[in-house]
Design a protein around this ligand. Structure first.
Ligand SMILES: *[C@@H]1O[C@H](CO)[C@@H](O)[C@H](O)[C@H]1NC(C)=O
Length: 216
């Protein structure tokens, strides 16, 4: 009985701490979803037919808005991600303990499970088309270039990227907790150790550099 009481007290304390921290985590955020959508729409309007130029313009505008918190895209810093049955290619523009901003997509297309996260997600389509649905929704939702798909934390859904779909993805919340979902398939399916290394190295480096700039 004593042990049970102690366990209950620890769980209650952790829940109270989580609730308190959750209430304050937004103070760490620097990215504004509406601004990201506006910047994305401008870049799409300028370069509707050339993804390379679209990304160049997008990242330049993001750096004008957010300064050194957004890094330039380097050709050798792309890597694949397998999670929830979906596969795509990504590069990190920003990562810290409370936010990440990435380019994610696939020329081939993909489909899978969103994952259950302690974070919310703003997925702004740059090119192509995304379909999404949550349990009980009998019609799919369709997102096209310039649209932003908001995915609430603690919610799950199915999504599909049609061929040649790219997005600017912002996640806000407890980012390190998302790593389990992001890496699990490496151990159970792909055994792609190079991607394990690249994912951990690029994410860790961005988080460290963000922390050194005082961004957590
Ligand atoms: C897009 O632009 C880049 C750089 O300006 C150029 O090298 C490339 O050929 C263009 N691609 C297409 C499909 O027009």
């Amino acid at each position: 009985m004593r042990l049970f009481a102690r366990a209950a007290a620890i769980i209650a304390a952790l829940a109270a701490f989580y609730s308190f921290a959750n209430h304050h985590i937004h103070k760490l955020y620097i990215f504004d979803p509406a601004t990201l959508q506006r910047i994305s729409r401008d870049a799409i309007a300028q370069h509707p037919d050339n993804m390379t130029q679209l990304l160049d313009t997008l990242v330049l505008s993001l750096r004008n808005e957010y300064g050194p918190h957004v890094s330039s895209i380097r050709g050798d810093e792309w890597f694949v991600n397998n999670a929830g049955g979906a596969m795509g290619s990504m590069t990190i523009l920003h990562a810290s303990l409370s936010e990440y901003l990435i380019i994610f997509g696939s020329p081939v297309g993909t489909e899978g499970h969103t994952g259950w996260h302690f974070a919310e997600d703003f997925f702004t389509i740059l090119r192509g088309e995304q379909w999404a649905s949550s349990p009980g929704e009998l019609e799919r939702k369709i997102y096209r270039p310039g649209d932003q798909n908001f995915h609430c934390r603690y919610k799950v859904g199915q999504y599909r990227l049609l061929e040649d779909t790219w997005a600017l993805e912002l996640a806000q919340g407890w980012i390190p907790t998302m790593m389990a979902f992001g890496l699990w398939d490496i151990f159970t399916s792909t055994l792609d150790l190079e991607t394990l290394w690249r994912t951990c190295y690029f994410t860790g480096r961005h988080m460290l550099f963000s922390a050194l700039k005082g961004k957590f």
